[in-house]
Design a protein around this ligand. Structure first.
Ligand SMILES: NC(=O)c1ccc[n+]([C@@H]2O[C@H](COP(=O)([O-])OP(=O)(O)OC[C@H]3O[C@@H](n4cnc5c(N)ncnc54)[C@H](OP(=O)(O)O)[C@@H]3O)[C@@H](O)[C@H]2O)c1
Length: 176
């Protein structure tokens, strides 16, 4: 918090499930930070359905989000259905698959149809799904502007389904 020049954080996540520290212990510590007013909301990251369920059972605080890799080449169907049922935000990280999907012909066709870029189509596809938010990373100011300019078009149901069929279980992120 000193480094962030703040006296509280809005959202504090467990980055990866830990084999060394029991989940209960981490959640107790997060609850304490919440009670002290240092953390407004808590969440997890890289948790599958079973672990997310376990986390929910171990704390009285709501788990605001599960941040996981999610993009057209990596389906998160079971986790997303669980999040939608329990009103937990699924935060899509590496939502552009770090550029690996820019050459995809279907995404390029849809982008052409709307006069948008592949990044914009992918981000729109993500945020149009119930309970999904996306956190693209962009250093380039042009990319940043482009990624924000996605609120003036909508994808059809057929396009949603066609993009979902691009899933090939491809992960771009690995545990550090
Ligand atoms: N919780 C976790 O375990 C976890 C794991 C991995 C990542 N993350 C988080 O997820 C966020 C994003 O993930 P990521 O960086 O892995 O992947 P990403 O957002 O899918 O891809 C980032 C790459 O896409 C480029 N890009 C962004 N917008 C673009 C656009 N409109 N047109 C063309 N290229 C564009 C960026 O280029 P420029 O930078 O040059 O603009 C960068 O090279 C990060 O904030 C990261 O911290 C979390």
């Amino acid at each position: 918090m000193r480094k962030l020049s703040t006296d509280y954080v809005d959202l504090y996540l467990i980055h990866w499930p830990s084999e060394a520290v029991p989940l209960e212990e981490s959640l107790r510590a997060m609850e304490k930070l919440h009670e002290e007013g240092k953390v407004r909301f808590i969440g997890v990251s890289n948790f599958d359905v079973a672990l997310l369920e376990k986390a929910r059972m171990l704390t009285t605080l709501p788990i605001l989000t599960d941040q996981v890799e999610y993009h057209p080449y990596l389906s998160q169907k079971p986790l997303l259905e669980y999040c939608q049922k329990h009103r937990i935000i699924l935060t899509a990280y590496s939502p552009l698959a770090r550029g690996r999907l820019f050459g995809d012909p279907l995404l390029q066709d849809i982008a052409r149809k709307y006069g948008k870029t592949v990044s914009q189509v992918v981000l729109r596809w993500l945020i149009e799904q119930d309970m999904v938010v996306a956190i693209p990373k962009a250093k380039d100011a042009k990319h940043q502007r482009e990624n924000l300019d996605i609120f003036d078009f909508s994808l059809t149901q057929e396009e949603h389904e066609a993009i979902a069929r691009l899933d090939r279980g491809e992960k771009v992120a690995s545990r550090l």
